[in-house]
Design a protein around this ligand. Structure first.
Ligand code: HEM
Length: 228
């Protein structure tokens, strides 16, 4: 028997797939071949727009992880944080696509970009603020349980508190790895004074690669090796 594919969902779009995924809108969000001033604008927009989607998901998972920490459901929080971490890994990998964008091509598309900068990314901002909230909730749980951060033990996989701390370290590391990879992309594509030149924006990127949301969890590791 032939499967019936006629749409049953409300909304515009020829199929239920198009209606649910809103593909007409989604695929209309990139500049058309007639609008672009350079053919690689499509590559550039696809990498950035898909990063925004993954960051939206990451921020949502982080927000729920934070609620779960507040509720004392640490294992659930850990599982959600692991999902957010995978989203950051995926946007790190997709930076590879930018290897096909040469410095000359990037310069050529500058007029289309106005004064836009990735630093204005709404997804990135949401992820930053969601990470800080997670840190505050985690500190709250440590206080409730009377566990000083210095007593956290990275090797103790049986305790949900320690496992969550490990997942938070992983999150911090993955965000930093994105920054390291993005820094290399910025150097490779150029368009700004080279690294080390006073006032070059890439100096800030190098510095940010060392940023940590949860510095005390990295501090603990230093203590654990010193005591061993
Ligand atoms: C052609 C590729 C890219 C180049 C040349 C580039 C370059 C830069 C530069 C020079 C900065 C420093 C701030 C500024 O001068 O505006 C920056 C910041 C930033 N860019 Fe990019 N970028 C690229 C791709 C991306 C992509 C795909 C994303 C993904 C959303 C992104 C997200 C960011 C973020 C979030 C910052 C703030 C830095 C931070 O918080 O670590 N960029 N970028």
């Amino acid at each position: 028997m032939k499967h019936d594919h006629s749409p049953v969902l409300p909304g515009s779009g020829a199929t239920d797939y198009a209606r649910y995924m809103r593909t007409d809108t989604l695929l209309g969000l990139q500049r058309s071949p007639g609008e672009v001033i350079h053919r690689d604008e499509l590559l550039f927009q696809v990498v950035h727009q898909s990063a925004e989607l993954w960051l939206k998901l990451a921020a949502a998972e982080l927000a729920e992880a934070t609620d779960r920490v507040d509720a004392g459901e640490l294992s659930v929080a850990e599982a959600l944080l692991v999902r957010a971490t995978l989203a950051v890994r995926l946007i790190t990998d997709q930076l590879d696509m930018l290897r096909y964008l040469s410095p000359v091509d990037f310069q050529a598309m500058q007029p289309a970009l106005g004064n836009g900068s990735g630093a204005e990314s709404p997804g990135w901002r949401q992820v930053q603020s969601a990470s800080r909230k997670l840190g505050r909730s985690f500190d709250g749980q440590l206080a409730v349980r009377g566990v000083p951060a210095a007593d956290l033990c990275p090797a103790d996989l049986s305790d949900p508190l320690h496992r969550l701390a490990e997942a938070m370290v992983e999150w911090d590391e993955r965000v930093s790895l994105w920054r390291v990879r993005h820094y290399q992309v910025a150097l490779r594509i150029g368009g700004h004074p080279p690294a080390g030149t006073p006032g070059s924006p890439v100096n800030m990127l190098a510095k940010l690669a060392g940023h940590r949301f949860f510095p005390e969890l990295w501090q603990v590791r230093m203590h654990s090796t010193a005591d061993d």
